[in-house]
Design a protein around this ligand. Structure first.
Ligand code: DC
Length: 224
């Protein structure tokens, strides 16, 4: 059976990770969370006491870094220089600094090369900001996931609460808006909908509905 490439892009907290993971499970595809790769590099920068706003220092520090995605059971774990760093990637510190680190040309070139390499045989669901525009512009199916800011902030608040973190709603709204601004306004591969991407507004959809929408589109392509 044909193994296609599915690109899912969109702003922060639009539900891309949950959806991409489930779509990949249903199709028995590999889920590639490209945001996690930029987060792993950001974790290293912060751990080593480097200023994320200092482009030259960041590029120098990351020059010889190795990011690997390894499949363990049904999960993809992110390894940085052979260490499993998955548990550090969602911290507030990493989330606040990742837009700066991921805005640098040389950092992006390293990650894009890796993302293309792991996708070259198809059978993958990649999620990020620039998959359909830059990483795999000829992806077989491109989805641009969006949701209203209230929906996104409430989902993020619930996700954090499940981890025991009680964060003020307005603070979450401001953080999401600020990150979207930085990701959309940067010079290198900004967050942008590809001309041929299908917009999927998940504001009023259940997870199951959004997963089924993408899986059905994928099956139409696979079976034709
Ligand atoms: O999807 P996420 O929140 O884990 O992504 C973290 C950050 O990484 C996001 O704010 C911008 C950056 N990113 C990117 O620049 N390009 C991608 N393909 C994925 C993420």
């Amino acid at each position: 059976m044909k193994k296609i490439v599915i690109a899912i892009d969109g702003p922060a907290a639009a539900g891309k990770s949950t959806t991409a993971k489930l779509v990949a499970e249903k199709l028995n595809y590999l889920h590639i969370d490209t945001g996690a790769m930029y987060r792993a590099l950001t974790y290293k920068i912060l751990r080593d006491g480097i200023d994320p706003e200092n482009e030259a220092a960041v590029v120098e520090a990351l020059k010889d870094s190795k990011v690997d995605l390894k499949k363990e059971k049904n999960e993809i774990k992110v390894f940085l220089d052979d260490e499993d760093v998955s548990k550090y990637l969602r911290s507030a510190e990493v989330t606040n600094a990742v837009s700066a680190v991921s805005s640098y040309k040389q950092v992006r070139e390293m990650m894009v090369e890796l993302q293309r390499r792991i996708s070259n045989e198809g059978g993958v669901v990649l999620e990020g900001r620039d998959i359909g525009t830059v990483v795999i512009p000829d992806a077989d199916l491109k989805i641009f996931m969006i949701a209203g800011i209230e929906t996104r902030a409430k989902r993020r608040q619930k996700e954090l609460a499940e981890k025991g973190l009680m964060i003020d709603y307005n603070k979450i709204v401001n953080e999401i808006i600020e990150r979207d601004n930085k990701d959309s306004k940067r010079k290198e591969s900004p967050l942008r909908k590809a001309d041929d991407a299908i917009v999927l507004d998940t504001s009023n959809l259940s997870i199951e509905e959004q997963v089924n929408f993408i899986v059905n589109k994928a099956l139409e392509i696979i079976e034709n």
